[in-house]
Ligand binder design. Structure first.
Ligand SMILES: NC(=O)c1ccc[n+]([C@@H]2O[C@H](COP(=O)([O-])OP(=O)(O)OC[C@H]3O[C@@H](n4cnc5c(N)ncnc54)[C@H](OP(=O)(O)O)[C@@H]3O)[C@@H](O)[C@H]2O)c1
Length: 252
């Protein structure tokens, strides 16, 4: 029998919902029937996401703040009284070489890509246990292949993958599934936010497209549809998995 992912009546939190993969995920989840809380720092960007579907509500908060987990989980529970899915998508890339990297750059990156999703997952857990819900973390192809010039970004995503596998075991007894999606180069704001000039961004995009076997960078909705599938309550026996969606880049 054919199964279309449905999140009818489910409640999902998507961090980094103001652009790129997070925006596409918030929309795809709302279209699948979920109530979605989209989180990010820029209110205006979140409002643009919310305008795409009435099922999307937003909360402007920096996920790195100590009080962020309580604020974010509290907002979803106050509104919908339950939580079924946490998508840990907010993250950043940093293109900085071995010779140039600084302590500050590393700790900032790990704070956003590793510490913040951990604290959010921890706060979400009691609610996810109640609904036998799931966590979807967002890694990267470079979470499991080297990326010269961005070693600490790659290392932060490798950490996300190992957290995913380990939490899958730690939370399995409570019926909470934990999986990750590892996208390859995908259209979003990530590159322009990484400190590169416009010319450098254009050059990197061209180089990436040339390297990808399917011949192009990905579109956010091509990643989002798999995030929805992982969150689908019908995926009841899937946990601890990392799915790479990168046009075949992982293979070359
Ligand atoms: N695009 C790619 O090629 C690619 C490839 C592999 C993995 N990924 C991963 O996919 C995820 C989404 O990235 P994207 O490509 O869609 O990039 P993006 O367009 O830059 O999206 C990242 C989102 O995270 C939000 N964000 C950043 N820092 C935040 C903070 N401290 N608190 C709350 N929200 C924050 C940003 O909004 P505000 O600035 O308004 O907060 C932004 O909307 C990231 O984890 C990224 O590492 C992307």
């Amino acid at each position: 029998m054919k199964h279309q992912p449905t999140l009818d009546g489910r409640v999902a939190i998507v961090t980094g919902a103001g652009s790129g993969i997070g925006r596409a995920t918030a929309l795809a989840m709302a279209e699948a029937g979920a109530h979605v809380l989209g989180v990010g720092r820029r209110r205006s960007a979140l409002e643009e996401t919310a305008a795409l579907h009435p099922g999307i509500a937003t909360l402007a908060v920096d996920v790195r703040l100590e009080q962020a987990p309580e604020l974010i989980i509290g907002a979803a529970i106050d509104r919908w009284k339950q939580l079924d899915v946490l998508v840990n998508n907010a993250g950043a890339t940093a293109r900085v070489s071995f010779h140039e990297v600084t302590r500050r750059r590393i700790t900032d990156l790990f704070d956003l890509n590793v510490v913040a999703p951990t604290m959010l997952a921890q706060a979400a857990f009691p609610h996810l246990r109640r609904t036998r819900g799931s966590i979807v973390n967002i890694s990267s192809t470079y979470g499991h292949r080297p990326q010269p010039g961005a070693a600490h970004y790659a290392a932060s995503k490798a950490a996300v993958e190992q957290l995913t596998r380990t939490w899958a075991l730690e939370l399995a007894g409570d019926g909470v599934r934990v999986n990750a999606i590892a996208p390859g180069p995908t259209e979003s704001e990530a590159l322009s936010m990484s400190g590169l000039t416009e010319e450098e961004v254009a050059r990197v995009k061209k180089e990436q497209a040339a390297l990808i076997p399917l011949g192009r960078r990905g579109r956010p909705e091509e990643v989002a549809s798999w995030i929805v599938r992982f969150a689908d309550p019908a995926a009841t026996w899937l946990t601890g998995q990392i799915l790479t969606i990168d046009g075949g880049l992982e293979l070359v």
